[in-house]
Design a protein around this ligand. Structure first.
Ligand SMILES: C[S@@+](CC[C@H](N)C(=O)[O-])C[C@H]1O[C@@H](n2cnc3c(N)ncnc32)[C@H](O)[C@@H]1O
Length: 395
């Protein structure tokens, strides 16, 4: 088999990434956006020893497992991976993937709505059109709405489509108690007036400078209110994040010293503030740190201190450590520090099961006790998990 070969194949299996799987000459071929039973004509794009990537050039027959995607942009847009299968099947595929990765753990995935769950979108502009990049490319799919986005964001997109996008490169929209826009490029005054007429819009940033409204957008989780600005991280699926935070809260016993590593805007530590005498948060992003400090102050929390630093700069002793790293997982330096720490429990929040698996194997002084799986990003291939790890022996 070689690049550019054209083949007709039957899909014999499928995975949580949205790929159908076909076999030919002992080579496993991944076929995007197909499902078991589909018969398709494909073009081979890449071949590596026993696996190949392909693209569909013709549908010959769709199987009964295929579901007509509800989104008109699905075949082009790089946002979703799983709208061609049912939500039930998506959940099963994600559960099976985690079960295969962590052999002793068979868990039901915690899933809420598949649509309108996202509180954030990044839109790009190309040739005066507003849209989302296609997978691994700078080609843009123009969109007027998105199935995954909160409806207030969709209503704003309908307004943004009509403004002069000539000097704009990117627009980020966040939803909390209102909407925040962060524009890269320049917007003219008439268009600014048009946007402001939408009363849901509370803040507009242009090239990181506040040009309208409030500095912070307020986002509610449980009975706490968090501040988010143009650059700070916040969980994109607030309802699911609340479930995840409650699970963490239920699994942290009252503790003296709690470390919230990779703390972002401090959301997890703040959620747990009644569980610890003292909490330290460590976060590298300056904007997130500013928001975290504001969140601590606004929620009248007295026992949480934030340090603006790399995660490896851990000082002091902790009973419980929560880590919530980016997709790349924990650095070797952080792993070494954790292995030597006196913490009796580590709670690992991860948006990337493969780096999670790698890191858990490296955390040799800790045993995996439980995993919870969250469908934080329905219709996409992404999976969020929380792992409970306990110290193997008293230190
Ligand atoms: C997945 S987010 C978690 C945020 C937070 N726990 C929450 O739930 O909102 C990961 C965070 O790690 C931060 N980060 C990335 N690399 C870091 C590093 N080397 N040291 C400290 N923080 C880092 C990012 O800025 C981001 O805020």
């Amino acid at each position: 088999m070689k690049e550019n070969d054209i083949l007709t194949v039957t899909i014999i299996d499928d995975n949580h990434m949205g790929n159908g799987i076909a076999k030919k000459d002992d080579i496993t071929i991944f076929v995007p956006k197909t499902v078991t039973g589909d018969i398709v004509q494909i073009k081979i794009e890449k071949v590596k020893k026993t696996v190949a990537e392909s693209k569909v050039i013709k549908i010959i027959e769709r199987s009964k497992n295929y579901q007509e995607p509800l989104c008109p942009y699905y075949n082009e847009c790089g946002g979703c991976d799983l709208l061609h299968i049912s939500y039930n099947k998506e959940k099963k595929l994600k559960e099976n993937y985690i079960k295969k990765l962590f052999k002793d753990y068979e868990k039901k995935i915690i899933s809420l709505d598949r649509e309108n769950y996202r509180n954030k979108v990044t839109l790009h502009v190309k040739d005066n059109k507003l849209g989302i990049y296609q997978k691994e490319s700078n080609n843009l799919t123009k969109i007027s709405h998105c199935l995954l986005l909160d409806n207030d964001i969709n209503k704003l997109i309908a307004i943004l489509e009509k403004i002069d996008l000539n000097k704009i490169k990117e627009i980020v929209i966040k939803k909390g108690e209102g909407l925040l826009l962060s524009i890269t490029g320049s917007i003219n005054n008439n268009d600014l007036e048009t946007i402001i007429k939408n009363k849901k819009v509370k803040s507009i940033y242009q090239n990181d400078k506040l040009i309208y409204g409030d500095k912070y957008l307020k986002v509610k989780l449980g009975n706490l209110t968090y501040n988010v600005n143009n650059n700070s991280f916040f969980q994109v699926n607030s309802k699911c994040a609340e479930k995840l935070y409650n699970y963490i809260k239920d699994n942290v016993e009252s503790t003296n010293n709690l470390l919230d590593l990779y703390c972002g805007t401090g959301s997890i530590g703040i959620y747990l503030h009644e569980k610890a005498d003292f909490i330290t948060g460590i976060e590298i992003n300056k904007d997130s740190v500013i928001c975290a400090k504001k969140n601590i102050e606004n929620n009248n929390i007295k026992n949480y201190k934030i340090v603006n630093s790399d995660a490896s700069n851990i000082k002091g002793k902790y009973d419980t450590i929560i880590v919530d790293p980016p997709r790349s997982g924990l650095s070797k330096k952080v792993i070494n520090i954790l292995n030597k720490s006196s913490a009796s429990k580590i709670i690992y929040v991860s948006c990337n099961p493969s780096t999670l698996k790698r890191d858990i194997e490296l955390l040799k002084n800790y045993d995996l006790k439980d995993i919870n799986i969250y469908n934080m990003f329905p219709a996409t291939k992404h999976i969020e998990t929380v792992c409970l790890l306990t110290a193997e022996k008293e230190k």
